[in-house]
Design a protein around this ligand. Structure first.
Ligand code: 2P0
Length: 510
């Protein structure tokens, strides 16, 4: 079987091409980093690996891809820039799309990625995974995750793991056609796990991982030792995940990465991805460990490192590596789908939450204001957002805010979120709405919200807030808050000023 036969087999019951979603297919997929690596193929056409591998998906780092049937030539956009047809990227994309292309059809592909492209942060993994998921929506294939994983593998081996979040195993399988070579989600959850992306260089690598893999398998005298290493590492990694044994977890992941690089350095000529700065950073990690901070590293096919540590050591690691891009693979995954709307709040679809924020697409949101009266003055409740929120962490904001799920009313969603975040329930009443668009600080996301503002009252002395969402609260007199927003805007979320403005104009009529 070649790739096209695998595609035909998988799409045999999917009415391929008969239904085309006119507004296109949109999908998000996370990037992933292997803790036990895939290095070497038994079949280069089908990207079938020599060994199984195990990865962790990178939370909100990944790609959002939009695909449409359009025009009389293919057009590709990557992070807002046109990708010329002569580039390797465009050639690889076209070859992949040809596997699915009905006769005479051309595609418009718009990929937005927040991982550095081709620098060893698995940008091809999230790119191909999100493309397959978007095609699944464009053509309404309704494929299960196993088939989606197989299709993503045809684009790039590691992409089969990016179909899932959390810990993922790509089972190598032994079928000649690879119908048993796909990824599965592992059930382990480790919310304290942190990954720090240490960008040492974003220059394109001198040799692609695809070529380096082939070259290693064919010329490295150490390659025969690799499958044995992987088999042992997989057993130990799963034991570490089962027991949440971070030392074992870190040691196995680090040793596996070192072993992979040694095997490729023994190739003739040697494949060397590390730069002098990579070696300096590795020495720094080892020194920190010797001084009692449990931090480990892993390294893919590039000079950059991913540091592995737990939340309790976040501050110590960030002190030594202030440039680190922090990833929380298990954070904020509760509300996945949000409602996309037009400028009149008419629903036009749903989207994965992060994808909508990466693209800056207008969506439905709400902000809750809680009021009380003290000594004849109106006070409002503020919350300080938790340090682990995916955006606007540590900033002060109104009592609670969020997004309704598809099909959920604004009031139900707002009352639900108030209970989840602040630990109390009161009935809420909508007082108005506004639309705003703003780039969020310290994170590559855009808020573009049709925001419904709701008001409720509480006299609770103690607010039993959830520590995973909120780190503190306080009451403040409304006019004092207006002054604070003028004097110290950096302490508050970007949406708080318009929320307070609407409260004052429409409700308090001050
Ligand atoms: C991995 N890497 O397991 C390993 C570790 C890089 C180092 O998978 O040829 O882009 O498309 O199957 O998936 C990168 O290789 O290679 C990779 P192809 P891919 O994440």
């Amino acid at each position: 079987m070649g790739k096209i036969d695998v595609v035909k087999h998988i799409l045999r019951n999917a009415n391929h091409g008969q239904f085309v979603n006119g507004s296109g297919g949109f999908a998000w997929a996370p990037s992933n980093v292997a803790l036990c690596k895939y290095w070497g193929k038994r079949d280069s056409e089908l990207n079938l690996p020599v060994t199984s591998s195990l990865s962790i998906s990178l939370g909100n780092k990944g790609s959002f891809t939009k695909v449409k049937q359009e025009g009389d030539v293919d057009r590709y956009i990557l992070n807002g820039a046109i990708v010329g047809p002569e580039t390797n990227f465009a050639k690889r994309l076209k070859i992949f799309l040809d596997l699915f292309r009905p006769f005479g059809v051309h595609y418009f592909i718009d990929i937005n990625s927040n991982v550095p492209i081709a620098a060893g942060f698995a940008s091809s993994a999230c790119g191909f995974a999100s493309l397959v998921l978007a095609l699944n929506k464009l053509y309404d294939w309704n494929l299960d995750k196993k088939d989606l994983s197989i299709l993503a593998r045809l684009g790039s081996g590691s992409a089969c793991r990016s179909i899932f979040e959390g810990f993922v195993e790509w089972q190598c399988g032994d079928d000649f056609n690879g119908m048993d070579s796909y990824a599965v989600k592992l059930d382990y959850i480790w919310p304290e796990l942190r990954i720090g992306m240490l960008v040492i260089s974003t220059q394109e690598k001198s040799i692609s991982s695809r070529d380096a893999m082939w070259h290693t398998v064919n010329t490295s005298p150490l390659y025969p030792s690799w499958p044995k290493q992987v088999a042992e590492d997989l057993i130990h990694l799963k034991a570490a995940l089962e027991d949440k044994d971070f030392s074992l977890f870190g040691e196995v992941a680090e040793n596996n990465a070192i072993a992979m690089h040694i095997v490729m350095q023994a190739a003739q000529p040697a494949v060397v991805y590390s730069l002098p700065e990579t070696m300096e950073a590795i020495a720094k990690v080892q020194k920190m460990r010797a001084e009692g901070v449990p931090v480990f590293f892993t390294q893919d096919a590039g000079p950059n490192l991913q540091l592995l540590f737990l939340g309790q050591h976040e501050a110590a690691v960030l002190r030594s590596f202030p440039e680190l891009e922090l990833v929380l693979p298990f954070a904020d995954s509760k509300v996945k789908q949000i409602v996309l709307v037009d400028e009149n709040d008419v629903e036009i679809g749903v989207s994965e939450k992060l994808a909508a924020h990466i693209q800056g697409r207008l969506h439905r949101a709400f902000s809750v204001i809680i009021l009380r009266e003290r000594d004849g003055k109106v006070e409002t409740l503020l919350q300080q957002r938790s340090a682990i929120k995916y955006h606007s962490a540590n900033l002060w904001s109104n009592a609670c805010c969020g997004h309704p799920m598809p099909g959920e009313s604004i009031v139900t969603a707002a009352e639900r979120r108030l209970r989840e975040e602040m630990g109390f329930g009161v009935s809420l009443k909508e007082i108005g709405d506004f639309t705003y668009r703003a780039k969020l600080i310290n994170v590559d996301l855009i808020e573009n919200e049709f925001d419904h503002v709701l008001v409720g009252f509480s006299d609770l002395e103690e607010i039993p807030f959830s520590i995973s969402e909120v780190q503190d609260y306080r009451w403040i007199e409304v006019s004092e808050l207006q002054q604070e927003l003028k004097d110290y805007p950096e302490k508050y979320t970007v949406w708080l000023p318009p929320v307070v403005d609407l409260l004052v104009r429409k409700y308090l009529q001050l």
